[in-house]
Design a protein around this ligand. Structure first.
Ligand code: NCD
Length: 318
């Protein structure tokens, strides 16, 4: 039996391929594309409280967790301006976590430091969901990315996914690359040489015998089913001059339409700054807004699972 109840969601590597597929399957239960509105979903987690601890700005992740929690009957508490809490008075991270832990049933945390979600999980005795820890990982974004790919392609095996932009500091591409490595997916990395995929992630891909290629430009004849564009993560640069040197290097302007016409589907975790031209938005293969909406279904599923309010499958004995 898979064990989701009480489980932390910190690192995408903590989830097996089968568990990831089960999460995607569970998300369908909340997606109007697959099921008619099911009123029983509204009470799945009635009486439970989600605490959202956002130490770093967010629109999609924070609001979709709030929406998902309420859609399955939960109440929500928390903050997105730590300066308006006792942290401003000097309260420690672990004390803040301990206190929120005592008022809630699940903690959802975003923090600028890599490893912060793990630190919170060490203090908390309720499930902690990592909503982004510095440049490290963003596992729930990855699950919604996988869900989007699965929904669009119908399967995960046998496809090619190109990841582009800030592969050094982008936590979304780190976790997505690791998750895709469970499947027969060819990965293509496209970035400025100073923003390439860090070795620690490439080493894991090597161990898992993943086929990947690296480019410092967008190839004219890109052979990919999906291109996952990302924002250069300005807030992670110690030297803003370095950011300025690279920020406009990997922009998809209106000429990218020819790739969309050829069938490449364009994803982006959002927010975008200038790296995807809005003229592309209306193309049916520009799928970043439906990608963001899919976050709702994945987060409803995850909250229900870690709270033990959705039954996991009984594993077949092998
Ligand atoms: C991403 C993040 O926070 O890492 N945003 C999101 O959660 N959808 C991507 C980004 O900020 O560039």
């Amino acid at each position: 039996m898979y064990n989701f109840k009480g489980r932390d969601i910190i690192d995408i590597n903590d989830f097996s391929k089968e568990e990831l597929l089960f999460i995607l399957k569970t998300a369908k239960k909340f997606d109007p594309q697959y099921v008619k509105r099911d009123r029983s979903n509204y009470t799945i987690a009635q009486g439970k409280i989600a605490a959202l601890l956002f130490f770093e700005p967010s629109t999609r992740t924070e609001q979709s967790f709030k929406s998902a929690a309420q859609k399955i009957g939960m109440g929500i508490i928390g903050f997105d301006d730590p300066e308006a809490t006792s942290i401003h008075k000097g309260e420690s991270f672990s004390d803040t976590v301990r206190i929120m832990n005592s008022y809630a049933d699940v903690l959802v945390m975003r923090h600028p430091e890599s490893g912060a979600a793990k630190k919170a999980a060490d203090v908390a005795d309720i499930p902690v969901i990592n909503a982004g820890d510095g440049a490290n990982q963003h596992p729930t974004q990855t699950m919604l990315d996988l869900y989007t790919i699965m929904k669009e392609a119908g399967h995960l095996d046998g496809i090619t996914v190109a990841l582009m932009g800030d592969l050094k500091y982008g936590r979304t591409v780190h976790a997505l690359s690791l998750a895709l490595s469970h499947f027969k997916v060819k990965q293509i990395f496209i970035s400025h040489s100073t923003l390439s995929m860090p070795d620690e992630f490439l080493q894991i891909l090597d161990q898992r015998k993943v086929i990947y290629e690296q480019f410092d430009h967008l190839p004219d004849n890109l052979q990919a089913d999906f291109l996952y564009q990302t924002r250069v993560q300005k807030e992670r640069f110690k030297d803003l001059n370095e950011y300025k040197k690279v920020k406009d290097k990997f922009i998809l302007d209106a000429s990218f339409k020819k790739y969309l016409d050829k069938g490449v589907k364009l994803m982006h975790p959002l927010p975008r700054i200038n790296e995807v031209d809005p003229s592309l938005d209306s193309h049916p293969n520009a799928i970043y807004f439906s990608q963001a909406r899919n976050g709702l279904y994945i987060r409803e599923a995850l909250l229900g699972l870690v709270l033990g309010r959705i039954d996991p499958p009984v594993a077949r004995s092998s």
